[in-house]
Structure formats: C-alpha cells, structure tokens
Write a protein that binds this ligand. Structure first.
Ligand code: DLL
Length: 433
C-alpha cells in the first residue's frame, strides 16, 4: 500500500512541483531571513533568478554552524506565536541546534512519517512499541504522532529500562518495534535469556530502525534476532526529523520524500554537484517548511542517489544507506557527538588539558564512550579526591550539555598516544568488531 499517490507520480510532475515549491521557499527566505538575504545579495542572486531545478546550484549552502550562529530562533521565518513545537540536538555548552515547527510543518512531518509506516506495511491494528527517546530528540515524538495518524496503537516506551520494555512488548502484543538498531539488538540480547524460543513470546513482524549508521551485517543480525523485516528510516532534525526517507518492502534503498525535501549529492571538498550513482555528501533543501526553511543544507552524510524505478511502484528518488560522514561526527547510541563539542567542555573545566582522546567501543550491542583526558601539571595525581571531583564535573557537563553519557578517565600529562606529534582525537573501535 502507498500512503499518498504523489509517491508514484511521474518524474515531470514531481519536478514541476519541486520547482514551484522551491521558488516559493526562496521568496520566503529572501524576504524573511536576514541571513539568507545577505548571502543571496553577496552572490547577486534574486529568488526570481532560479528558473529551473538545476539553477539551485547557484545558491549558497547552509551549514550546522549557521544554525548555531543564529541560536536559538534567528533563522525562523515566522513569529513565535506560530511555532507549535521546538526540538533541538546537542550542541556546545548552551548552544544546541534549535529547530521549530508551525502547525503546517507538523502536518508535513506526520504525513511523511505516515508514508514511512505505510512503506513498512504498518496499518491501523498494529501496536507500535516506540523505543526512540522522547524529548528534544526528534525520534520519539516523530514516530509517535504518525503512528496515531495511521490509526495504529503507539506505546511511548522511550529509551532505557530494558526488562520493563520487554514486558510491555509481550503484554501489549507489540507488532512493530521502532528503535535505534543498537537498542533493538540490546533488547534481543536480554530477551534471549528466557530461552531459545524467546521469539515466540512476541508478536513482532517488523521494525523501523534509524538514527545511526549500520552495516548490512548488523541489519541482518537485528532482523534475525527478532525474526522480523528490517525497515530503515533516515532523517535529521534540521530538515524535519525522521521521515526524510525510508525503505520499502522491495529494496534496502531509501525512498526520499522529494516533494518536501530536494536532495543533491556534492563532492564534500569542492562543493561540486555529482551525478546519479556517485557517492558524496547529501545536501537537502526543504520545499514546504514554514518555520525553518533551509536552503542546500549540508547534512555531512555520505550516500548516493538512484532514479531507477522500484518494484513497489513508487517513483521517488532513492538513496543508499548512509556509508559515512564527511566530517568527524560520531553517532553513539543514536546521539550525535562532535569532537569539537567535547573539546569545548574540556576547555571549560579546571585541572585538565586539551590533550584528550575519545574512544568509542561496543559493550554487547550498545555503544560505549570513554574519554581520556590528561590532567594538567598543577594537579597532583595522587590527590584522589581532587581527581574524583574533576572526573565528576566533566561527566556531568558532558551529560548535561551534550547528552553524552561517557566514562571519563583522567590520565597523567603527556601519556595520550600521538601520531606525528598530533594527538589522536578519536579512536573508533566499533568498526573493527
Ligand atoms: O537522528 C532523526 C531520526 C530519528 C532518524 C529516528 C531516524 C530515526 P538527529 O538527531 O538530528 O536526527 O541526527 C541526524 O543522524 O545526519 C545522520 O548522520 C544520522 N542518521 C539518522 N538516520 C540515519 C540512518 C535523527 N538511517 C543524523 N542511517 C543524520 C545512518 C542516520 N545515519
């Protein structure tokens, strides 16, 4: 089943709708956002100059830093009285990336998420166990409202409390699991403790997984551990949240909701637009967003596009699963971690130096993060109480400012591994496993 017939529209119809919506969006940002007006003026471009979809290449990019620079609401194009929802992702101390939605934006979000559910075969009558985190993260509420929209029953379980979640899944007869793939595997590991036939206690038929990069091997493991179909969802808060694209029953590629989000692939180094099938950084322009329209947003995610028709009948362009990042962002249990943000927290803590190393590893199926930090020469390394206080302060600031749950390990000055004189900032052991 297809939620909206636009998903099966002819290419020329999609493109003319995209162009019309792009032109409206450009008029909107030029008139209402001083940031875009200045950028367009510098490049001597007026919204009217964009006469075809290819002309989009004349427009400037928007980066995550631009949102941070205009914290909190500087890029919004509506008064706050029209903003009905705020979400945000982690940021440097006090400066997360803030996104806002009007009632119309919420309708679009629920619409694209209804397509995601329908693509996976979820309908009224299904029980969706939603293990994505509720709160400022878009995962929980993004999956929540659309489940209601399609008439399914949603169980707002959020993250953590594994045993309790398994009990709810069994007792409420969950047929759909929405969660990060690592959390889904962690749940399965605990469920397995009840014996080899543990799957029989559950009614799950499919899962909607996303928010973090996953190898094909891991997808297979999730699917086998629960005996379910694996469906993937991709998205980012700056664009809308989950629902930018998702996979259908016929292929692992993800259909992009391109009547709302216009995708391009660029060479991350030169900014040049690449062709179909070529891997590069995904850049997205929102076509219908009201509160926070974004032009050519650099997602940092590496993928490729294909316009080949899909067996499911949808004609929308498809992207492959994210294969990596153009920057140094790590995703740890679904939380985005930028080394520069960790550095900012360390820089604001007394008694430590900026020689640190972030070590990402696996504990069972969950990610674990350890941050090694060299203490400064002034700190006496056998003053256990002082060391404990520094460690507590660092862990507390990482959790409160960046939502990062990490174990901080304080080490002696000049002991962290260096390569050609440079500290090795990030060691990701997860890919070796
Ligand atoms: O992670 C939205 C989301 C929630 C997507 C639930 C899917 C399911 P942010 O917290 O803003 O939003 O993080 C966005 O997460 O730029 C990617 O690097 C990564 N990401 C999201 N989905 C996938 C995926 C949500 N399916 C960032 N595969 C993005 C790989 C993903 N990475």
């Amino acid at each position: 089943m297809v939620w909206n017939k636009i998903e099966c529209a002819k290419r020329e119809d999609i493109e003319s709708l995209q162009l019309k919506r792009l032109q409206e969006t450009l008029k909107r940002v030029y008139a209402l956002t001083p940031f875009y007006k200045k950028k367009f003026d510098e490049l001597k471009i007026l919204p009217e100059d964009i006469k075809s979809l290819e002309d989009i290449q004349k427009l400037p990019f928007t980066k995550k830093q631009d949102l941070r620079d205009h914290y909190p609401f500087g890029l919004f194009t509506v008064p706050m009285s029209q903003v009905v929802r705020i979400h945000s992702s982690s940021g440097t101390t006090g400066k997360p990336t803030v996104v806002g939605y009007t009632a119309a934006d919420m309708d679009v979000w629920n619409e694209v998420m209804a397509r995601v559910y329908t693509m996976a075969g979820v309908t009224a009558g299904d029980v969706v166990h939603n293990g994505y985190g509720y709160g400022l993260f878009t995962g929980g509420l993004g999956f929540h409202e659309a489940a209601q929209k399609i008439g399914a029953t949603v169980v707002p379980a959020s993250g953590g409390f594994t045993d309790r979640q398994l009990m709810l899944m069994r007792d409420f007869g969950a047929t759909v699991l929405a969660a990060t793939p690592s959390f889904a595997l962690h749940l399965a590991e605990i469920a397995k403790k009840s014996g080899p036939n543990y799957r029989d206690e559950y009614k799950l038929k499919c899962g909607l997984f996303g928010a973090e990069p996953v190898s094909d091997g891991l997808k297979k493991e999730v699917s086998e551990a629960w005996g379910i179909d694996y469906h993937e969802t991709y998205g980012l808060s700056e664009i809308i949240g989950p629902g930018v694209s998702s996979s259908c029953k016929y292929s692992k590629l993800l259909h992009i909701n391109e009547d709302h989000f216009y995708p391009e692939i660029i060479d991350p180094k030169t900014g040049e637009v690449l062709g179909e099938g070529e891997r590069g950084e995904l850049v997205i322009t929102t076509l219908t967003k009201q509160a926070l329209p974004i032009i050519r947003y650099r997602t940092g995610d590496i993928t490729s596009l294909t316009y080949e028709p899909c067996k499911c009948g949808r004609t929308t362009v498809r992207m492959e699963s994210i294969v990596g990042r153009a920057d140094d962002m790590l995703i740890v249990n679904g939380v985005n971690v930028y080394p520069s943000q960790v550095e900012h927290v360390i820089a604001n803590t007394e008694g430590v130096t900026l020689n640190y190393q972030i070590v990402a590893d696996k504990k069972g199926f969950l990610d674990k993060l350890e941050i090694l930090v060299e203490i400064s020469d002034e700190v006496i390394s056998d003053n256990i109480k002082e060391l404990e206080n520094i460690k507590k302060e660092l862990q507390h600031s990482l959790l409160n400012n960046l939502y990062i749950n990490a174990n901080v390990k304080l080490v002696e000055p000049r002991t962290i591994e260096r390569s050609m004189g440079k500290a090795v900032r990030v060691v990701d052991k997860r890919s070796e496993k």
